[in-house]
Design a binder for this molecule. Structure first.
Ligand SMILES: C[S@@+](CC[C@H](N)C(=O)[O-])C[C@H]1O[C@@H](n2cnc3c(N)ncnc32)[C@H](O)[C@@H]1O
Length: 464
């Protein structure tokens, strides 16, 4: 023990157990000693001194974890670690240098694009416009995000190639970007997204018309849309019992509460199902509410739940109909009853034409009204998307639900603006508030800086 003291090994750490164990291990010999003992022998000058030899033997008899503890405390270990610390620090410095160099070039590129924009907004290419839009307070649309990501990847590669040419700016043509993108190794064989052309799934010619990477109409793993009314008519009675465990596991109650907190004025709930949002409804915040679903049996369950929960609430209506026929059902668009809030939970995945359904919702909004959605769809993680794609057919069979749709893209295609977006459950549950493009954003929806400075967010125009 005194020897261990001399080596700077505190007794407190090894303690009395060590003495006990060392006596025990005199009988049980450890076959494999930690590396440092072997090294000490091999590197020790011959002849090794007596005290040192005794110490080595004593250590050898200790349990393995104590031998390692002694090694980690030794000067030898500390010295070898210094080398690793220095190497680690070196790696960090190099990564930091590369990161900062990229930021610097990106900043130069931004300045260049800003100058171009000031001189002539029309001279901006699509990507340069996206770069400015990304820096402004406008949110990039889902298709734009994809395209901008590709542009950034290509910009970084361009910079690596032209490292010595500091003043050379990155200005790819759409053809160059498309060619570069098509050469990248990846699992899917898609082309770079095109922003200006509307996507027409019917008349897509894969050779002549590049489309959005893995867009809904392009993703072979999304099962074809169908009318799911019959399925839900049959499922209505069992629906609550079968879905409740999945929902509890995902703490969906919290998300449904958020959804219902957004309601105000005259409200329409599309695809209300069995009224699973009713427990979270605050009737004092609303003027009237209309529940609508294409399955009659679902509407009946909602009606019963609502009447049980709010027997005195008079202005409630229950309608059977499809979201795709919403405007027709409401009569003439100009004279139809309009809503302050249209809400939908997990309905877009079950619609035959979700884009048309969203367009219809937009048409039935009062000026300044909002569409509030709680939906599941594509995630922000590819491993989750792989799972959604892999199980898409099974999901369709068990729940008549296309759970791998890109919800952001549906909103884009319906021509709506997103004023609030939050993604939970690894990005696969979408919480969205949408508005018609012509409606202004409310003060509580403005970016923080605008609110602070009392300024209006300025939309960016490319001036076509
Ligand atoms: C997955 S369930 C969601 C139900 C409910 N919103 C909820 O959160 O539990 C989908 C619902 O959409 C309804 N649905 C399907 N297609 C529809 C359509 N085209 N128009 C209106 N409702 C539809 C189904 O009848 C079903 O009740």
């Amino acid at each position: 023990m005194s020897l261990l003291w001399k080596q700077g090994i505190p007794m407190g750490i090894l303690g009395r157990n060590m003495m006990k164990n060392s006596m025990k291990s005199a009988f049980i010999h450890n076959a494999v000693a930690p590396v440092f003992i072997a090294r000490t022998y091999s590197k020790a000058p011959f002849p090794i001194n007596d005290k040192e030899l005794q110490r080595q033997r004593r250590i050898e008899k200790l349990p393995k974890w104590q031998q390692w503890a002694i090694y980690f405390k030794s000067e030898k270990f500390k010295k070898s670690m210094t080398v690793y610390y220095i190497c680690g620090f070196g790696v960090m410095c190099v990564s930091f240098y590369y990161y900062m160099r990229d930021r610097w070039y990106e900043d130069k590129q931004i300045q260049h694009v800003r100058k171009k924009y000031q001189n002539d907004p029309k001279s901006l290419s699509e990507y340069e416009y996206l770069m400015l839009k990304n820096l402004s307070q406008e949110t990039l649309r889902p298709k734009e995000v994809k395209k901008y990501r590709i542009y950034q990847m290509m910009r970084k590669e361009f910079r690596r190639k032209h490292i010595m040419d500091k003043d050379l700016m990155f200005e790819p043509t759409p053809e160059e970007l498309e060619e570069w993108y098509s050469k990248q190794p990846r699992r899917t064989i898609k082309k770079a997204p095109v922003l200006d052309e509307p996507i027409d799934s019917g008349s897509y010619d894969s050779k002549s018309k590049p489309k959005v990477e893995f867009s809904n109409s392009d993703n072979p793993n999304i099962v074809p849309a169908e009318d799911t009314t019959e399925f839900y008519e049959a499922k209505a009675q069992a629906y609550d019992d079968e879905i409740k465990w999945e929902e509890r596991g995902m703490f969906l109650g919290k998300r449904r509460r958020w959804l219902m907190q957004q309601l105000k004025g005259d409200v329409l709930e599309v695809a209300c199902g069995t009224g699973r949002n009713i427990p979270y409804l605050y009737p004092e915040r609303i003027n009237s509410i209309t529940f609508m679903d294409s399955a009659k049996n679902m509407v009946e369950i909602t009606r019963k739940k609502f009447r049980d929960a709010f027997p005195n609430f008079k202005k409630a209506g229950f309608t059977v109909g499809k979201a795709e026929d919403l405007v027709k059902l409401a009569g003439d668009e100009s004279t139809a009853f309009k809503y302050d809030t249209i809400v939908e939970a997990f309905g877009l995945c079950a619609h035959e034409d979700p884009v048309l359904a969203l367009k219809n919702m937009g048409k039935l909004l009062k000026p300044g009204g909002r569409i509030v959605l709680l939906e599941h769809g594509r995630s922000t993680w590819s491993f989750v998307n792989n799972h959604l794609d892999f199980r898409s057919e099974k999901r369709m069979k068990t729940w008549a639900c296309r759970w791998n749709l890109d919800i952001g893209e549906l909103i884009d295609e319906a021509g709506l603006d997103i004023t609030y977006e939050k993604r939970v459950h690894l990005g696969s549950t979408w919480m969205l508030v949408c508005k018609r493009p012509e409606d202004p954003i409310n003060s509580d929806e403005k970016p923080f800086l605008n609110k602070l400075m009392g300024t209006e967010p300025k939309p960016l125009s490319r001036g076509k």
